[in-house]
Design a protein around this ligand. Structure first.
Ligand SMILES: C[S@@+](CC[C@H](N)C(=O)[O-])C[C@H]1O[C@@H](n2cnc3c(N)ncnc32)[C@H](O)[C@@H]1O
Ligand code: SF4
Length: 384
């Protein structure tokens, strides 16, 4: 239910938002009991991610969507532009409002969806917890509106100091723009005497910033962040993609979005470990963590070959018992990078899809095999 190496970070989050933390724990416990004792049915999910748009205003080097080998670059313009309208998104919220899952807004860049702010206001009016993962490009324009929307947290991507961030994200001046936006958020919160939105910075570790991770500490201090998480890189290889095809043929689906992550990480575990030690040897007023949280041995397993299972985490996926994704065309999916769909939210009610035949087939096969090959470095594998 909770991977023991995540306990510290979860405890910190729980202290920041105790009622939310308690609700999350309760839901996870319920879902975990279902995972253990039911073959394939699940309690209603703790969280639903709304993938608002494939569109993005950046092309970050390591991104599986828009990066150097990104899969969204290969999609047709029609597919990239496809989005649920605000009206459709509101009706999704009405549909799931009765069990109040936590909502994550994701993309592409979620703030590019023209209805994003209205949607947040609508979610919050239904008393649901709402966070957004954003590249922060539009924060300086939207800081006031975002604070007023009562969104619970902004998870903002920052991959280094000025030069490193701009180089990775391919946009000169971006670091200054994002940090300006974050300072505006802090100012607005102060002016309105609000604690929220919490600001969580997230940095993706790559060969480009490996030696400069400490720059993020200065950035977090500068903008007054609540937390800073360093994410280990997601990547796959040809072998895993090939192995995945066996399962895809049983499920009659394709995992082509994993192809966007088919690259060599070129990260030396020893260097990363030394950087981690330097960062974690000091105390900060904000929480600092690495995810997944690995020792030197764990980092060696992680980066040497994505086919390695990690001895420090349980090698089984229970995410489809805990979470669901709604894609821009309305598909309700267990995972982001496989096109396996439980059905479409434009036609069916979420509750009917969640434990429908397709959902149960997916969970049954997953439980039998503990995890699917392509998912060996998926963040969800290490979350629960
Ligand atoms: C795909 S983006 C979508 C949201 C938004 N566009 C952003 O950049 O925050 C979500 C997060 O995934 C991270 N990310 C991109 N490529 C990654 C990779 N190969 N491994 C791990 N995280 C990655 C990004 O840095 C970002 O923090
Ligand atoms: S901003 Fe986010 S979605 Fe866009 S390219 Fe960068 S990581 Fe990918």
């Amino acid at each position: 239910m909770i991977q023991s190496r995540n306990l510290n970070t979860l405890a910190h989050k729980g202290l920041k938002e105790p009622a939310y933390g308690f609700r999350v724990l309760r839901k996870r416990f319920e879902s975990y009991v279902n995972y253990l004792f039911s073959k394939s049915a699940a309690a209603l999910p703790e969280s639903i991610t709304l993938f608002l748009t494939h569109r993005c205003n950046l092309t970050c080097k390591m991104c599986g969507q828009w990066g150097e080998g990104g899969i969204t670059r290969k999609k047709s313009a029609r597919e990239v532009r496809e989005e649920l309208s605000l009206k459709e998104l509101k009706s999704v919220i009405d549909d799931i409002g009765s069990f109040r899952p936590n909502i994550t807004l994701f993309g592409g860049e979620p703030l590019l969806h023209s209805g994003c702010l209205d949607l947040i206001r609508y979610v919050k009016a239904k008393f649901m917890h709402c966070i957004m993962i954003t590249n922060g490009f539009l924060l300086d324009e939207l800081a006031g509106a975002l604070v007023d929307s009562r969104i619970d947290a902004l998870n903002v991507s920052l991959d280094g100091g000025k030069n490193v961030h701009d180089e990775i994200r391919g946009r000169p001046g971006l670091f200054e723009k994002v940090t300006k936006g974050l300072k505006q958020v802090r100012q607005m919160k102060k002016r309105r005497a609000l604690k929220k939105p919490l600001v969580n910075l997230q940095c993706t570790i790559t060969k480009y910033n490996l030696r400069y991770l400490e720059q993020l500490i200065d950035a977090a201090e500068e903008v007054g962040a609540d937390s800073l998480t360093f994410h280990n890189l997601i990547f796959v290889n040809n072998h895993l993609l090939h192995e995945q095809k066996r399962f895809d043929s049983v499920l009659d689906c394709a995992s082509m979005d994993w192809e966007g992550f088919n690259f060599k990480p070129e990260i030396q575990p020893k260097i990363l470990y030394e950087e981690m030690k330097k960062i974690l040897s000091r105390r900060y007023v904000f929480n600092v963590s690495f995810f997944p949280d690995l020792s030197l041995k764990g980092l060696r397993e992680y980066y040497a070959d994505p086919s390695n299972t990690l001895s420090e985490y349980k090698g089984r996926c229970i995410s489809p018992w805990m979470a669901a994704y709604v894609l821009p065309q309305g598909d309700v999916r267990p995972c982001l990078n496989s096109n396996y769909s439980y059905g479409n939210i434009k036609k069916d009610r979420f509750r009917d899809l969640w434990n429908g035949d397709k959902a149960r087939k997916f969970r049954g096969l997953l439980k039998e095999n503990r995890m699917f090959p392509a998912c060996a470095r998926c963040t969800e594998l290490f979350r629960y």
